[in-house]
Write a protein that binds this ligand. Sequence first.
Ligand code: GLP
Length: 241
Amino acid sequence: MQVIRAKDYADMSRKAANLIAAQILVKPNSVLGLATGSTPIGAYEELVRKHEAGDLDFSKVKSINLDEYKGLSPDNDQSYRYFMNDHLFNHVNIDKANTNVPNGLEPDAEKACREYDEIIAASGGIDLQLLGLGHNGHIGFNEPADEFSKGTNCVNLTKSTIDANKRFFASEADVPTQAYTMGCASIMGAKKILLVVSGKDKAPILKKVICGPVTPQVPASLLQLHPDAIVIADEDALSEI
Ligand code: GLP
């Protein structure tokens, strides 16, 4: 695991965007694993800037997002499909037909998960997987558990995740209680992983992720075992290490 220290959120975002841009430059038809949450927003803004400056071409890029709330339609402004359109896809020349997010409207969880695993398998493998970090160490929506998940699965969101995400919804009652998420084993299958972490509130969990034991109680700790995992974190997030 390589740890890159960034000065602050803006620096972390630029460094992450540079790495993603380099990936697209050396392999224009890259398969990008993408993430939502507030942390990657700055990196997406940088990527849009690079595209507008004529430095980044997304025309051959494919994307596979980590997760989606079960029950939310792509038009719902809290859905992760809406988030991706809003923060990235609507502003670059990616072909939306080449972008994938789990189908939140599929009520049959087994079907939704199986279909997403087929999409991941058919992509030929994720070249670069971008990840954010939940306060309880979750990646995607893989919550602390007794064992690491494998393929796409339907999860019951923990109270801490619902609490963390309710700021985006009108009320707590509007926060979905379930989500579809790519599994930990699928995430580990990516050739390269880039975890972005910012802020003092993430410092205690980042310490566990980097320095603690590998345990499904801290899903992101699994990244210690990946041969090419990079953490870009700002000084606040690294303040306990
Ligand atoms: C959500 C997403 C995760 C994300 C996490 C952290 O739960 N499913 O993929 O990493 O939030 O979000 P933030 O970056 O806003 O702290």
